[in-house]
Design a protein around this ligand. Structure first.
Ligand SMILES: [Zn+2]
Length: 213
């Protein structure tokens, strides 16, 4: 985000906690209790005044997506999922499929991270095609950063891999992860790519309600 990709819109309804500071590097101790979206947008604008930033304090869902993402003015070039739970990732994936917006999803737990770039407009399959059974697993949803722990360096690595993928996609229209899931394991210092295919039975993307803009 510091590199400057023109316009960054951050949406988050959460507030900064002291326990976030070791891994959420845009925040300072005096920001505790403030809005994450507004504080991060403000800090990015200070770091790089050439980019346009906007922070919105809200929880994105299928009902408010059109308005929150300001799609009357045109749809976003890319959605970046930086959330920490499967339920929200599932919602963002449904928005990606419904409005045919590419989705770059990054996640991190403990010393492991995953990264994928789905392009519903090219029928590559979606987040649900890969993680369908996990999305429906409530126990898995309990394994978030907050209650399972994440090493601060894991989110730093995954955030940078996500930025690397976003910059090349937006700047060079190159998807480095077409039908591939990147798995990074910091405990073994290993990274691997796993192929995936669109699930023809996927309840989200096999016969989606598409709202093309
Ligand atoms: Zn799917």
């Amino acid at each position: 985000m510091r590199a400057g990709i023109g316009y960054v819109h951050l949406i988050d309804d959460d507030e900064i906690e002291a326990s976030n500071l070791q891994r959420q590097t845009l925040f300072l101790p005096e920001d505790v209790g403030q809005s994450k979206a507004l504080t991060a947008a403000h800090m990015l604008a200070r770091i790089n005044p050439l980019i346009k930033t906007r922070g919105t304090v809200a929880r994105l869902d299928e009902d408010n997506a059109y308005e929150l993402l300001d799609m009357a003015a045109g749809k976003p070039d890319l959605l970046l999922d930086c959330t920490d739970n499967f339920a929200t990732r599932d919602i963002i994936n449904r928005i990606s499929v419904r409005y045919q917006i590419p989705l770059l999803s990054a996640s991190a737990i403990a010393m492991q991270g995953q990264l994928a770039l789905f392009e519903p407009q090219l029928d590559t399959g979606c987040y649900h095609c890969v993680f369908g059974s996990v999305v429906l697993d409530e126990a898995a949803d309990e394994r978030t950063c907050a209650n399972s722990g994440v090493l601060a360096s894991t989110t730093a690595v995954m955030g940078n891999l996500q930025a690397n993928t976003a910059l090349q996609y937006l700047g060079l229209t190159k998807n480095l992860l077409t039908n591939k899931l990147l798995i990074w394991d910091g405990s073994q210092m290993q990274q691997r790519l796993m192929g995936y295919r669109k699930d023809p039975q996927c309840p989200v993307c096999s016969s989606p309600i598409v709202n093309p803009l």
